[in-house]
Design a protein around this ligand. Sequence first.
Ligand SMILES: Nc1ncnc2c1ncn2[C@@H]1O[C@H](COP(=O)(O)OP(=O)(O)OP(=O)(O)O)[C@@H](O)[C@H]1O
Length: 246
Amino acid sequence: MSASGAFLEVTDLHAGYGDARVLHGVDLAVGRGEICAILGPNGAGKTTLLRALSGMVRVRGGVRLDGMDLTRRPPDALARQGVAHVPEGRGTFMPLTVEENLRLGAFTRSGRRRGRAAVEADLERVCAYFPVLRARMRQAAGSLSGGEQQMLAIGRALMLRPRLLLLDEPSLGLAPMVTEELFRIVRTINEEERTTVVVVEQNAHLALGVAGQAHVLESGRIVLSGPAERIRADEQVARSYLGYRI
Ligand SMILES: Nc1ncnc2c1ncn2[C@@H]1O[C@H](COP(=O)(O)OP(=O)(O)OP(=O)(O)O)[C@@H](O)[C@H]1O
């Protein structure tokens, strides 16, 4: 546990690509078992923030998970600490079957593959959340619908038994009914497994509907933070992200 009591604690985080600076001193505290939504306009740095948390971009500043300093650790080391990142565009292996994709996620925190019985139990666990995947086990991932591919991507992340699940735009390109179902399942996973979730989402209605806390990122800086209901009631957020005036 960090000094602030947060499970995930980000302090004065700077990140970018080469000379292009994108994050300019982000502070973030996420409680254990909480769902945290990151909102913000295009290009604000939301994806970069998730990449920084999963070790995919170089950072300056501090990242602590459950009190452990994870700053500048590579992605595999972060995955071993239970950080699972579902990127925008999903990152599934299209020619592989659903089952092969899921099995690829089944590594232990020590980096070894889990025992056979444990992997089977995890496949069952994932299929209980996403029954459609059970029916598609032998199909190539590339033959799935967009919603099914997103479920597969989240399912593969769950095979890691993550402590921190990072979701980048899970609703991208999906029909409203499918995204509602997805967010309902994410909430169930969060409740049943106490997985801490950080979700970047353009659909602010959905994200604020499941999140406990929310943060608005603009030009690489957090400009507004608070309980999701309070963020939803903020006039500027309503106008910019929810499509109505208060
Ligand atoms: N791989 C990269 N190399 C160089 N610049 C990048 C790279 N990825 C993103 N950027 C730049 O970093 C800035 C922030 O991008 P980022 O994708 O983090 O924003 P975002 O808030 O997630 O935007 P969106 O909602 O459009 O996905 C943008 O100016 C973008 O052009």
